[in-house]
Design a binder for this molecule. Structure first.
Ligand code: AMP
Length: 187
């Protein structure tokens, strides 16, 4: 089961990805986390990604594909993965489809987590206070919401055309949203 989690920053897709992963035993792979790890270790890939990350811009597709293609070809993905934070562009989506196809696999569903911009901004500012992320400041938050609108939202129609899209109302408690996820995957 390969599931794509789509949604703007602050939509709760990471939290829901963890819950879904625990419930199904399917590993969750997050490009944001892999990037933070690479940047902390100051690997060559991490250094290349850092300036884009800090500005709240998308890291170039080439770097992201370097990061995820290996994971998708590895045994981690043997029984599918929950993709959190990728694909974020149509080029990434096509590359992911290609790697999965090579393995005789495909995307099972794309969950689109949807919430109004004010809710997202408040959640991200709250998270900035709790976590020490270099991209959780107001300028970067605005930029990341804008980047989602301009560059990632088109993936909603990409997966809709494939009949894989499930829209999830992401306003509510963690439990409420996770029930909606469960219903969406069973429908
Ligand atoms: P996230 O933790 O998913 O919110 O990602 C944090 C930041 O990492 C984003 O603002 C981007 O700079 C970068 N990033 C994560 N995943 C991707 C991706 N698939 N494509 C491009 N940039 C990404």
């Amino acid at each position: 089961m390969n599931i794509v989690l789509l949604g703007p920053p602050g939509s709760g897709k990471g939290t829901q990805g963890d819950i879904l992963s625990a419930a199904t035993g399917t590993p969750r792979v997050s490009t944001g986390e892999l990037l933070r790890e690479a940047m902390d270790k100051r690997t060559p890939l991490g250094r290349k990604a850092q300036e884009y990350y800090d500005k709240g811009m998308l890291v170039p597709d080439k770097i992201i594909l370097e990061l995820i293609e290996g994971v998708l070809r590895s045994s981690v993905a043997d029984n599918g993965v929950i993709m959190d934070g990728f694909p974020r562009t149509v080029a990434q989506a096509e590359a992911v489809d290609g790697v999965l196809r090579e393995r005789g696999s495909e995307i099972s569903a794309a969950l689109s987590f949807e919430a109004p911009a004010e809710v997202l901004t408040q959640r991200l500012l709250g998270r900035a206070a709790e976590e020490d992320r270099s991209d959780d400041n107001i300028d970067s938050i605005r930029r990341r919401l804008q980047v989602f609108e301009e560059q990632t939202k088109s993936l909603i129609s990409y997966y809709e055309e494939e009949g894989l899209l499930r829209r999830i109302d992401a306003v509510g408690s963690i439990e409420e949203v996770s029930q909606r996820v469960e219903q969406a995957l069973n429908s």
